[in-house]
Design a protein around this ligand. Structure first.
Ligand code: SF4
Length: 452
């Protein structure tokens, strides 16, 4: 039996797809090279933007045709719609796309082995038992491992859902309220990853800073993680996403106290205008964000910061945009994910007056992108000539004699090397810059897994 997954959206979806693949492999399934060769195709979906959903609708239409062909040839074919779209649309999707056999929302993931079992036995499973997503009791269940085959970096989900209701965001509606994973389950997964020689982990959640399990909050979890990875091959720990209103001084202090925590933080600001931040329901001001940045830099000199910026929110004036540009000027992010507002039905911002015309949104976004380009160039220039520890992540697509590396500050470096170095740490000099990537002439590959 063979499976084929298509994964869209955030890192949480990638982690969940890896966990589903493990569940299939445990039952003896193999990964198919293409969807045409698979007994089961699973599309793990994202609902954050309407365009992401439209893309999946297009794929579903293509799978309708494939399914007809396969059934005509006498080979069964099962199509599973998973993730946020399945959570949002439920079984209603099957009316428009009858090729979909199962709509498996994020909280219904424990149903997956039952679906596999049904395919193996050639019978259809009842999707309403016991993983009925419409049930209020259907709490999120974390998988025990999320390691992708053959990799040396892994996501470790620590929480699921979000309680924040930023006015533009659909996540709380499709992922539900926050559920935190038990510290013992997190530690168990990290130990397993260490045994498998994983070198870097990323703790994942929609808002990791609000992690809470019994009396244990995020700073206590960071302490526990630091203790767990000590003297293991896991040298680097990252976490995302962080909400500026919830990142406490205590968490910053723990991060600063342990060198396993990478000196990079993705801290989505979204906007620089207090008026717009309030309309977005972000619950911090531009000044509070800048204060937080100051405390981070004071605690961890040299830390790099990246962010998300959303322009063209309803009612945004040119002055509001200037506030965003001024905040960017002050922080000088290493990079940003920049996008313009797209109304998402079902969110509070959908009904807000003062929508900005598309052309104007694009113009404003272009200004933000232009400024970010300058800041990225400045940040990279500041680092040119410095020594850095890197994790070797891949081979260059253009040149098989070159390796792609990443610094703890989330900077990319190309250096000479071969596939034998993959998954190892190395030391190099950031000697040149091409585009947004550093170049290095030499790399000294670390032989042991010892901690620096
Ligand atoms: S914190 Fe805001 S933007 Fe992030 S997932 Fe929650 S509601 Fe969405």
């Amino acid at each position: 039996m063979k499976y084929f997954f298509e994964t869209y959206g955030c890192q949480m979806n990638m982690a969940e797809s890896a966990a589903l693949a493990l569940a299939a492999k445990e039952r003896g399934w193999e990964e198919a090279e293409s969807s045409g060769d698979a007994d089961l195709v699973l599309i793990n979906t994202c609902s954050v933007r309407a365009t992401a959903e439209e893309r999946v609708f297009g794929r579903l239409a293509q799978y309708e045709a494939l399914k007809k062909k396969r059934l005509a040839g006498g080979r069964p074919f099962t199509l599973v719609l998973a993730g946020c779209m399945a959570e949002r649309l439920g079984d209603g999707i099957k009316e428009k796309y009858p090729a979909v056999d199962y709509a498996m929302g994020t909280r219904a993931r424990p149903a997956f082995p039952h679906i596999l079992e049904g395919i193996e036995k050639g019978c259809r499973r009842d999707t309403t038992y016991p993983w009925d997503t419409s049930s209020e009791k259907a709490d999120f269940v974390f998988s025990s491992s999320h390691l992708e085959d053959g990799t040396f970096r892994s996501f470790v989900p620590i929480m699921h859902g979000c309680n924040n209701f930023c006015s533009y965001c659909i996540v709380p509606y499709v992922r539900g309220r926050e559920v935190s994973r038990s510290p013992s389950s997190i530690v168990e997964e990290i130990r397993l990853l260490a045994e498998k020689g994983v070198r870097e982990i990323t703790l994942l959640g929609q808002n990791v800073n609000s992690y809470r399990y019994s009396a244990s909050g995020f700073p206590a979890l960071l302490e526990l993680v630091a203790e767990t990875v000590k003297d293991t091959p896991i040298k680097w720990v990252r976490f995302l996403s962080s909400h500026p209103k919830d990142l406490s001084d205590e968490a910053i202090a723990v991060m600063a106290a342990h060198r396993c925590f990478c000196r990079h933080l993705h801290l989505p600001v979204q906007h620089g205008s207090d008026r717009i931040l309030e309309k977005m329901n972000r619950r911090y001001t531009g000044q509070a964000y800048l204060e937080l940045v100051r405390r981070l830099k004071e605690a961890m000199p040299g830390i790099s910061l990246s962010t998300d910026i959303l322009v063209g929110f309803p009612g945004e004036t040119v002055e509001d945009l200037e506030d965003t540009l001024a905040l960017m000027e002050e922080v000088k992010f290493l990079y940003s994910y920049m996008y313009h507002f797209n109304p998402r039905e079902g969110t509070a911002a959908f009904d807000l007056p003062g929508r900005i015309p598309d052309e104007e949104k694009r113009r404003r976004l272009a200004r933000v992108i232009e400024l970010q380009k300058q800041h990225t160039a400045e940040r990279l220039k500041e680092r040119k000539g410095k020594e850095a520890l890197v994790l070797i992540e891949g081979i260059s697509r253009k040149n098989a004699d070159e390796i792609i590396c990443r610094t703890e500050r989330d900077e990319m470096v190309v250096a000479p090397g071969s596939a034998s170095a993959l998954g190892r740490f190395g030391r190099l000099k950031l000697s040149g810059i091409r585009g947004n990537t550093f170049r290095s002439k030499n790399i000294e590959i670390e032989k042991s897994c010892s901690k620096s």
